[in-house]
Design a protein around this ligand. Structure first.
Ligand SMILES: CC(=O)SCCNC(=O)CCNC(=O)[C@H](O)C(C)(C)COP(=O)(O)OP(=O)(O)OC[C@H]1O[C@@H](n2cnc3c(N)ncnc32)[C@H](O)[C@@H]1OP(=O)(O)O
Ligand SMILES: O=C([O-])CC(=O)C(=O)O
Length: 372
């Protein structure tokens, strides 16, 4: 048996959703740079689910479907209110609430193509409402109802704060959503596909994916980056902090990638946004510290920043609590998970690799009285 630890380089499926070739990321053939500059997140959702950009009418239809399905059952809000609130990470709350949504969906176990698409709409529509409701309930605030007249990005920020966001914030948030939407067979997407390849339901697939995204080696890295920036505190501390970590062979969060070698093409967009937004909110030190960290880690380890590095300071500037960074990643990646889940159902085969056994062999059962 040949063992490939971490399945590095293993091609486990075909997919027509996104590709990473020679450090270039495309969604259904459209370069991420092009989409980041021009696309609405709702257009990207449509693209990932239908493999074509929407016409104006198709886009309006999708926006309407998302708006109509954004409300969440009041039982979920009641559930949030019962949590030991200061001990619950929003990713744990999200994982539970998304699973709970399945309990209130009469079609949860209906496995037709049409029913699965309707569930995709409901999940994509409701995830911003779930994240923002939890963010408010834990502060003793009432959730803000979604508005039908706002787009996806604006509605998220509105539900979070109760105030209509300005154009700069909406534009930045939309771009972040576009950049995080899909990424080939990353760990959480693979998790979703493994789950539904048993012909389990869509809710189980996305709940499993949220669990995988939560870890700091994957989506959880954006929150860890902000924690590191806060620990460093000032630009003068960057060198000693980073060199010490490198000497101790500790990982620097937001750097490195399993697939990219020269660099993550999404990072440059977030870097630009970080520079602009940190200046705009009068906190340029977050960008300056980040840029200095990048200089050191790139020259010492040849490791470029990934999508999670500059997204941390971007979200901070949008006034978002640091432990909501990974849930926001999930709000965007929900679109990719759902595209992959639908693709898996369309051409399913159980995913079941092998393990090379390394434990003891051929042992005879020892009765408990003889085990000392
Ligand atoms: C959305 C996303 O999921 S993007 C990734 C987000 N995760 C992070 O930012 C966490 C930090 N980065 C990492 O832990 C890794 O780079 C991963 C998990 C992203 C990729 O992991 P892998 O492909 O398994 O690489 P692996 O962890 O084996 O690293 C290879 C070598 O580079 C080093 N390395 C990799 N990333 C880093 C890092 N961030 N800081 C310091 N050294 C690193 C490792 O220590 C290892 O060195 P060694 O060969 O001397 O032991
Ligand atoms: O692809 C990966 O391994 C992780 C990643 O960058 C993502 O999920 O966006």
């Amino acid at each position: 048996m040949t063992v490939t630890r971490g399945l590095e380089g293993v091609v486990a499926t075909t997919s027509s959703i996104s590709s990473i070739i020679d450090d270039t990321l495309t969604y259904v053939g459209y370069n991420i740079d092009d989409l980041a500059e021009n696309a609405l997140f709702e257009e990207v959702i449509y693209l990932l689910w239908h493999r074509e950009l929407p016409t104006r009418q198709q886009l309006e239809e999708l926006k309407q479907q998302l708006a109509e399905n954004a409300a969440i059952p009041k039982e979920i809000i009641e559930h949030f209110k019962q949590y030991p609130i200061d001990k619950v990470h929003p990713m744990a709350a999200l994982r539970t609430a998304i699973s709970m949504l399945g309990l209130y969906d009469e079609e949860a176990d209906v496995m037709t193509k049409e029913a699965n698409y309707r569930k995709a709409i409901r999940l994509q529509a409701k995830i911003p409402t779930v994240v923002t409701a939890f963010a408010r309930v834990r502060k003793g605030l009432e959730p803000v109802e979604p508005r039908k007249d706002l787009g996806f990005a604006a509605n998220f920020l509105y539900m979070l704060t109760g105030k209509e966001p300005n154009e700069t914030a909406v534009e930045a948030f939309n771009k972040a959503l576009v950049l995080h939407a899909d990424h080939e067979l990353n760990a959480s997407t693979f998790t979703a596909r493994v789950c539904v390849a048993t012909l389990s339901d869509v809710y189980s697939g996305v709940t499993a994916a949220i669990g995988a995204l939560k870890g700091p080696l994957h989506g959880g890295a954006n929150e860890a980056v902000m924690k590191m920036l806060k620990e460093i505190g000032t630009i003068d501390n960057v060198e000693s902090y980073i060199y010490k970590k490198l000497e101790n062979k500790e990982k620097i969060m937001g750097f490195g990638h399993r697939v990219y070698r020269k660099g993550d093409p999404r990072a440059k967009h977030l870097k630009k946004m970080s520079e602009k937004l940190t200046k705009l909110v009068g906190e340029p030190h977050w960008y300056e510290m980040s840029a200095r960290i990048e200089e050191i880690v790139t020259s010492e380890k040849s490791l470029p920043p990934n999508v999670d590095f500059y997204s941390a300071s971007v979200y901070h500037c949008l006034g978002i609590d640091h432990d909501l960074f990974t849930p926001i990643f999930a709000v965007s990646r929900m679109s990719g998970w759902l595209a992959h889940i639908l693709e898996q159902y369309d051409n399913n085969r159980l995913i079941r690799p092998r393990a090379e056994y390394t434990g003891p062999a051929k042992r005879a059962y020892v009765p408990i009285e003889q085990r000392g």
